[in-house]
Design a protein around this ligand. Structure first.
Ligand SMILES: C[S@@+](CC[C@H](N)C(=O)[O-])C[C@H]1O[C@@H](n2cnc3c(N)ncnc32)[C@H](O)[C@@H]1O
Length: 288
């Protein structure tokens, strides 16, 4: 079994968003977006974009929130989605075109270092796209430099794993079969900012002021709305790191873990809603 907070070299490896992770996010886009939609909806409402604003969407993934922002700032405003995965920015560009959204662009770049000729922007938004920077102080200082003084930022980042039962309970099952290292606080990855004081300190030292944090605590549908337990398990095993870890253990172990995961998700299944499990995020706003 993995010891809590035991350093493990594997856990220190960055996630390959420019390659494999970006491709997996794209292959499972509707499911990932469906799962985090409740949190994105609250963040978008809180951000309350106005027509005419010029907005950056950082780590924009498949562009779901970018399109929503474009619609909110139309007709005279615009949004630029930035993502490090070329697969995702290509797909997002196509998605916006098919949706007929015109005040939107996507570029493939590392948000930690990107320089934009059309800066400064009025607003910055990111749903779970700001926790992966290897050098977060430098990255947020770079983002600060892309914004006009007084620009507002709105971010969603995951709270502690212990409060994210969709992750903890799933890991509890998988750890019966394979040793998975715990997330290391303050290390790039989904839980980099679980200790929100760390993000507050990064924001302050990067030039942002007035950070306000609203905790989000709610149920989210694992694998998307109305997905049944077996499909939610297939989603988890094909798109998340635990799936690869189980693959490495061979067919028998993978099959046993799959049965246990279906059992777990069955306990949280609500007909007409899906596999509803608790998620905790921090909704952060601050001023450049
Ligand atoms: C968890 S996904 C969230 C995607 C999207 N914001 C959403 O909510 O649907 C994280 C995204 O951040 C992107 N990302 C990670 N590191 C990045 C970086 N340094 N610069 C730009 N994008 C990055 C990934 O490629 C991925 O699309």
């Amino acid at each position: 079994m993995a010891e809590d907070n035991q350093p493990n070299p594997e856990a220190l490896k960055g996630e390959d968003w420019a390659g494999e992770m970006g491709a997996k996010w794209l292959a499972n886009l509707a499911r990932f977006e469906g799962m985090i939609a409740p949190i994105g909806d609250v963040l978008l409402k809180q951000a309350d974009f106005n027509p005419g604003e010029r907005v950056l969407d950082i780590g924009c993934g498949g562009g779901g929130t970018t399109i929503a922002i474009a619609q909110a700032v139309a007709p005279s405003g615009e949004v630029l989605g930035i993502d490090i995965s070329p697969d995702l920015t290509t797909a997002s560009t196509q998605r916006a075109k098919e949706a007929g959204v015109k005040n939107i662009r996507f570029i493939c770049a590392d948000a930690a270092t990107v320089q934009l000729a059309d800066a400064p922007f009025d607003r910055l938004f990111s749903r779970f796209g700001s926790m992966f920077f290897p050098e977060p102080h430098q990255a947020f200082a770079n983002l600060h430099g892309l914004l006009r003084p007084g620009a507002r930022i709105d971010l969603a980042v995951w709270g502690p794993p212990r409060d994210n039962l969709w992750m903890m309970e799933m890991m509890g099952v998988v750890r019966r079969y394979v040793d998975i290292p715990s997330a290391i606080p303050r290390t790039p990855g989904p839980f980099a900012f679980e200790d929100i004081d760390y993000l507050k300190e990064i924001l302050a030292s990067s030039g942002f002021s007035g950070a306000s944090i609203i905790p989000y605590d709610g149920l989210q549908p694992v694998g998307g709305v109305n997905v049944v337990p077996q499909d939610a398990v297939s989603f988890v095993l094909s798109s998340m790191a635990v799936g690869r870890a189980l693959d490495e253990q061979g067919d028998e172990i993978r099959a046993a873990a799959e049965v246990d995961l279906v059992d777990l998700f069955q306990k949280h299944y609500v007909a007409g809603q899906g596999v509803m499990m608790r998620g905790k995020a921090w909704l952060v706003s601050a001023t450049a």
